[in-house]
Design a protein around this ligand. Structure first.
Ligand code: URA
Length: 455
């Protein structure tokens, strides 16, 4: 069916919903190049101001999913005929290395729980942009690790380790890729239906059957206030369910960095410490515990999404046991080697050579460590990207030595910066002064990261 594009833009501009055929025409026309950027830009801006009905959001998601390759895991190999395909998507934050720990942890439930629930985690990840890091960047700091797998390699990783880590390739949701690039330069990123369509279409195309969304809320999150995080969570869950997936969202705090280490290679290190239950010192163990507990929380949620009859307490106990007895670590290592990591990858994990300590300017109590300022400092030293084409430096980053609620003495080291040269410290010092607030009186800090859930 053919439509006049300017009429469709006008219809949305005036607040009316587009039909299925009209949305099909727009999305496919943009994907195949027959509708120019300037018309789609006008339509995106109309959507930004007028929104979409839930039927329109679902159709947009469907069209984006249909614009490229779609994965059907059960048809790939007889060994994948049974089992539950589960994934987690985070809207991103500073120090968010959850996927690295969560994938082997969830997989370990499939290999070790009494019920041996056959969970398979085909984890599709993206690169980081801005201060929200990407799992692809973190894993690419591991020498030899390959995230661009062919079908045979995906099946091999899923069968051997219970999970595979994949980077989004060109053929998955090409319409979303084109639309996202246009949104990025036309101030139309922050639109609920457009964000929803973009995220859910990729999960749908990736053949995920059970999806847990981690919607971050706070200063370094996409959604800074609770109400907008909740609205996004509701939209993601509703559209995913309408697309035939089982879905749940957890809204979690992103006011402080997640865990103790920030930076791509450093975050791989912290993930390994948690998976092996071996930390270089007790302070790092203490600071990593909220991150570990969040991973356990998510692993339990993912298993319950797949099979709600399982015991929550039993799953939680299995998760903690598998972090202590090495099962989750074994699967992590197995996955690394099936995806090409070199045998000496750990020794090859490069950290930047210059260490600079950030000292406390006075006695007091840490009141706040604002992750947004830390994230911006990360961009300054190239741990994160300013623009999507920027290259990052996997070896730089920050080691947090304190957390909100801690008492501190003047001259104590609060942060250890791993830098390329001392000049980088001059670039970031002000960000840390802004980020870390020291109060005179003790404060009560709420360690719980989980704020709410949407089912
Ligand atoms: N992440 C996505 O994949 N798409 C968006 O639109 C926003 C965040």
């Amino acid at each position: 069916m053919n439509f006049i594009v300017s009429e469709l833009i006008k219809k949305k501009r005036d607040g009316f919903a587009l039909s299925d055929d009209e949305l099909h025409f727009l999305v496919q026309g943009f994907a195949d190049g027959s509708i120019p950027d300037y018309q789609i830009t006008a339509w995106l801006m109309a959507v930004f101001f007028k929104g979409m009905t839930s039927a329109e959001t679902l159709k947009l998601t469907y069209e984006m999913k249909n614009s490229g390759e779609q994965l059907h895991w059960r048809n790939l190999d007889p060994k994948l005929k049974t089992g539950f395909f589960v994934d987690k998507h985070s809207t991103g934050g500073v120090g968010d290395k959850v996927s690295l720990i969560l994938a082997p942890l969830v997989a370990s439930l499939g290999f070790t729980t009494p019920s041996k629930i056959p969970l398979k985690i085909p984890m599709m990840s993206g690169r980081g942009l801005g201060f929200t890091g990407g799992t692809v960047d973190k894993l690419q700091s591991i020498s030899g690790f390959n995230m661009f797998l062919n079908d045979h390699e995906k099946v091999h990783a899923l069968v051997e380790s219970g999970y595979c880590m994949m980077a989004q390739n060109e053929s998955l949701c090409p319409a979303d890729r084109k639309l996202y690039s246009l949104r990025d330069v036309t101030a139309t990123i922050e639109s609920l239906p457009l964000i929803t369509g973009s995220i859910v279409s990729k999960k749908w195309a990736a053949g995920v059957e059970n999806i847990l969304y981690d919607v971050k809320c706070g200063s370094a999150a996409f959604m800074t206030d609770f109400e907008s995080a909740k609205t996004l969570a509701e939209s993601l869950v509703a559209v995913s369910k309408n697309a035939g997936m089982k879905a749940k969202a957890i809204i979690t705090r992103m006011d402080e960095p997640l865990g103790a280490l920030i930076g791509n290679a450093l975050e791989v290190k912290e993930s390994v410490y948690i998976l092996k239950n071996e930390f270089p010192n007790e302070n790092m163990r203490r600071l990593a515990m909220p991150l570990r507990d969040l991973c356990v929380d998510f692993a339990v949620e993912m298993a319950l999404l797949a099979d709600p009859t399982l015991s929550q307490t039993g799953l939680r106990e299995s998760c903690y046991a598998n972090l202590e007895n090495g099962h989750a670590w074994e699967l992590f290592e197995k996955n690394l080697f099936t995806q090409g990591a070199t045998s000496d990858w750990w020794n090859q994990l490069e950290l930047a050579p210059i260490l600079v300590e950030l000292k406390a300017p006075r006695d007091g109590y840490i009141q706040k460590i604002d992750s947004r300022h830390i994230g911006i400092a990360g961009i300054e030293i190239k741990a994160g990207r300013r623009k999507s084409e920027d290259t990052i430096d996997a070896a730089v980053g920050f080691e947090m030595l304190c957390a909100p609620g801690d008492s501190i003495k003047k001259g104590d080291t609060m942060v250890l910066c791993h830098l390329r040269d001392k000049a980088q410290f001059d670039l970031i010092q002000d960000n840390f002064i802004e980020a870390i607030t020291i109060a005179d009186k003790p404060i009560k800090h709420h360690a719980n990261l989980r704020l709410a859930e949407v089912t």
